[in-house]
Design a protein. Sequence first.
Length: 194
Amino acid sequence: MSLASLALAPSGSLARVRRRIESDGILSHIIGLLLRHRFQKAGRLIVHGGWPLPAVDNKGGRIEIGNCGLFNGVRFECWSGARITVGDGTYLNRGVEIVAAESVTIGRDCKIARDVIIMDTDQHELPGQGLLVSPVVIEDGVWIGARAIILKGVTVGHDAIIAAGAVVTRDVPPRTVVAGVPAKPVSRTDSPPA
């Protein structure tokens, strides 16, 4: 919302904006505004924490991020022709790293804890195989615990939970809790509302 639109906003809207700025801190909003130009498309970004600020290493791809919360040390690496998409309401905590050689898609309202790595490539060629790349899709409402790793070719279904320290090498069905190395299903979350 621009300053001009704030001045024209109905009093109820202005009050909501003031409460949000007070709860998040004005500096979090200012840093978010300054960071927006690093993305090809960006919603409202709220940047929490101190240094280092979130980093964007775009080598000729496309990074689109919705209305999101980012903490310090978040890093986006997007290779030439690749795409990173992060949906509205998603939260990336300290040290999260997202690497796309082709495509990484993260849905809406995901909660991603500290030091999580999400990548669609091994980042190096394997003998006799070349560079292996396969898109990663994380659907809406997924929770990913601290220091989990999501590897190439994985789809994590909506409302799934990835335990801290898990290494996800295979698809995770919706509403499933996975843990371990490699990650395996350990339980299911509540069934969807009727």
